[in-house]
Design a protein around this ligand. Structure first.
Ligand code: AMP
Length: 419
């Protein structure tokens, strides 16, 4: 089965024989042949669509096909906004490329530099990095990017949100001009379009819809509840049969800590992950969650970015996000690559405006437990019809996400420190 499908995209068997998947996802089908043909790519897709393999498989294919002798040089550079995402991308390269003579290394901040320096000195073919630590090591003279042939920017909109865009520009300036560049972003705010037009050459543009098609059926519902009753409601939900393992989102680190502590006190195995936790504490919590030792992880948006847990059945929005695109990112954590999942939102009266903005973005009402209060039943404002650029596999919600991203995202980096 694998032979027919991944092989038909032009990949060498050695590159896809380690896969456990039976067929490529839409983003993989659309992008792999173009990447193999050497084209630049602008991919509008979020985590959960299979985009990591969409770039990792052809990169492995191209690099193994043009092996160099002597000590490896960095020939592919992948930038990711968070440590978790960088680690996951690195693990994907290592998993897919297990039979190839290519070395992948991951570098990110929050941990000691020396092991990363030692690994770089031994030689690396594929480097996956977060921008801050990479620049740091570049300034130390430990990273040579002069041989980079393939450059990937993953989750570019999050890099913008997190204030990394200047770092990204500096790193881009250190990579050879003659290269292949792939840029992925869940939304396309104006700044990302501008960056893309500067760093990509005649790119193929692809878009896949994270909510409706590729992420699988996510059952979305909302409970209207007063703020002070959210914890009780969450405990009620957890005591029912429906939720095996849940990722719970709160607005701030402080609330994440409090909710995790209250859950623990109520007898639910839970941990919080957010930017104040050490890397090892975050990794430990994720490993326990994956192993089924923790039933709930409470997270802020930035900490949860890129979390890939196949068994995750439920995402709970303990607090609704004030940016509707964030809701799309959050619910993309469940129902991954075709599996079903559910997203439950707890909406206090002061959050009703956020709910309206989310429903406008996803262009459908979210099912209300216990019925919707009549006063709230104002019709959803109509989005103006946008014409779809020709030749793109786009979707209405994704278009809306893209068009609204630029306006809403600008507040993101200002608020980031609380998360
Ligand atoms: P990503 O969007 O790269 O974060 O991938 C999301 C999840 O989908 C990961 O758990 C991958 O292992 C999984 N995945 C990637 N490609 C496929 C595929 N062709 N079929 C099924 N699952 C996949």
């Amino acid at each position: 089965m694998n032979d027919l499908t991944f092989g038909a995209l032009g990949l060498d068997r050695a590159v896809f024989c380690n896969l456990t998947y039976s067929e490529p996802t839409p983003i993989q089908r659309e992008s792999i042949p173009h990447v193999l043909a050497g084209r630049d790519l602008l991919g509008c897709a979020q985590t959960g669509t299979g985009k990591t393999a969409a770039f990792a498989l052809p990169i492995l294919d191209l690099l193994q096909g043009a092996a160099t002798s002597g000590r490896p040089a960095i020939r592919a550079l992948v930038l990711a906004p968070t440590r978790e995402l960088a680690a996951q991308i690195g693990a994907s390269f290592q998993g897919y490329g297990g039979r190839l003579a290519l070395r992948t290394r991951v570098i990110f901040g929050g941990v000691g530099k020396q092991p990363q320096i030692d690994a770089l000195r031994r030689g690396v073919d594929i480097l996956v990095a977060t921008p801050g630590r990479l620049l740091d090591l570049m300034n130390d003279g430990e990273v040579d990017l002069s041989r980079v042939e393939m450059f990937v920017l993953d989750e570019a909109d999050r890099m913008l949100d997190m204030g990394f865009i200047d770092d990204v520009r500096r790193i881009t300036a250190a990579v050879p001009k003659k290269r292949q560049t792939l840029l992925f972003s869940a939304t396309m705010p104006r700044e990302i379009r501008a960056l893309a037009s500067r760093i990509l050459r005649d790119p193929i543009e692809l878009a896949v819809d994270p909510v409706a098609s590729t992420v699988g059926p996510v059952d979305q519902s909302v409970h209207f509840v007063e703020s002070g009753s959210k914890l009780r409601l969450l405990l009620d939900l957890l005591s029912g049969d429906g939720i095996e393992r849940a990722l719970v989102f709160t607005r701030t680190k402080h609330r994440a800590n409090r909710v995790a502590r209250d859950l623990e006190q109520a007898g639910v195995n839970a941990a919080a992950i957010h930017g104040n936790k050490s890397q090892s504490a975050r990794e430990r919590a994720l490993a326990q969650f994956k192993a089924g030792e923790l039933r709930v992880v409470v997270a802020t948006d930035i900490a949860a970015r890129g979390i890939d847990i196949k068994e995750l059945d439920t995402v709970v929005n303990f607090d609704l996000p004030n940016e509707p695109e964030t809701y799309v990112h959050r619910i993309g954590r469940t129902g991954r690559a075709g599996a079903g999942g559910s997203a439950v939102s707890l909406c206090a009266s002061e959050e009703r405006g956020f709910l309206t903005a989310i429903e406008r973005l996803i262009q459908k009402p979210i099912r209300v437990h216990g019925g919707r209060a009549p006063a709230r039943r104002a019709p959803l404002p109509q989005e103006p019809q946008r014409s779809r650029p020709s030749g793109r596999a786009s979707s209405a919600p994704q278009e809306a996400a893209r068009s609204q991203g630029g306006r809403r995202r600008r507040s993101g980096s200002r608020a980031a420190s609380r998360y």
